[in-house]
Design a protein around this ligand. Structure first.
Ligand code: SF4
Length: 208
């Protein structure tokens, strides 16, 4: 996955040193959080520096309050369909990395995608996440066909997937437009770290 150095690493690490809030500072930050307007960088750095149990419990209570106010008691489940495990990248933590010669590579056919979708429908799923490694073998045109087949699948009761989200590599504007035209829910490009030092460590040369 691609990355940009737009993060001031030294500043962020510096803010975490000797920055534990006093009790009254902690209360002020949590009262601000309860207004549901967000916190700034300094507030967050102070919260991350809290180590005592009572302080951590106050943070958890506030987080629960904010979650319930914003989302209520709603829980959304979605099921992944891995359409392929081929990948041109070499992220060291991932079994799909190209140097992993022990892995048998597989790109699902459209029929196989339909079979997977039917399994999920019979289990009651209504939301699917299409996800795969970064490879010319699963380019945007393949994903368009995969999305169409997933939406078109119907189980014995006539149930179908209501929403498909995708987790895919960065792509061209034209390719994003193709996905949008297929009525996907959300596109996510997942990047495990924005720390440039950790990024270089976990993504050796050749990984964009
Ligand atoms: S780009 Fe994604 S699938 Fe490919 S090796 Fe990295 S984490 Fe794994």
């Amino acid at each position: 996955m691609r990355h940009q150095n737009f993060i001031d690493r030294d500043k962020l690490y510096g803010m975490l040193e000797n920055n534990a809030p006093t009790e009254s500072q902690l209360n002020d930050i949590l009262n601000k959080a309860r207004k549901l307007k967000g916190l700034n960088l300094e507030d967050v750095a102070k919260l991350l520096s809290v180590e005592d149990e009572a302080g951590i419990q106050k943070i958890l209570d506030t987080a629960e309050y904010a979650k319930n106010e914003i989302y209520g008691r709603r829980l959304v489940l979605f099921a992944p369909i891995y359409t392929g495990n081929a990948c041109v990248n070499n992220c060291v933590y991932c079994g799909f990395r190209r140097d992993n010669k022990a892995l048998k590579r597989k790109i699902l056919t459209l029929d196989e995608i339909e079979t997977e979708t039917l399994h999920l429908l019979r289990m009651g799923h209504k939301r699917a996440l299409l996800i795969c490694g970064e490879s010319p073998r699963n380019d945007a045109n393949y994903m368009v066909e995969a999305i169409r087949r997933t939406y078109a699948a119907r189980d014995e009761k006539g149930s179908s997937i209501r929403r498909i989200n995708v987790e895919l590599a960065p792509m061209s504007v034209e390719d994003y437009a193709k996905l949008k035209a297929e009525k996907i829910g959300t596109y996510v490009c997942f990047q495990e770290t924005y720390d440039p030092v950790a990024y270089a460590q976990f993504h050796p040369a050749g990984t964009p």
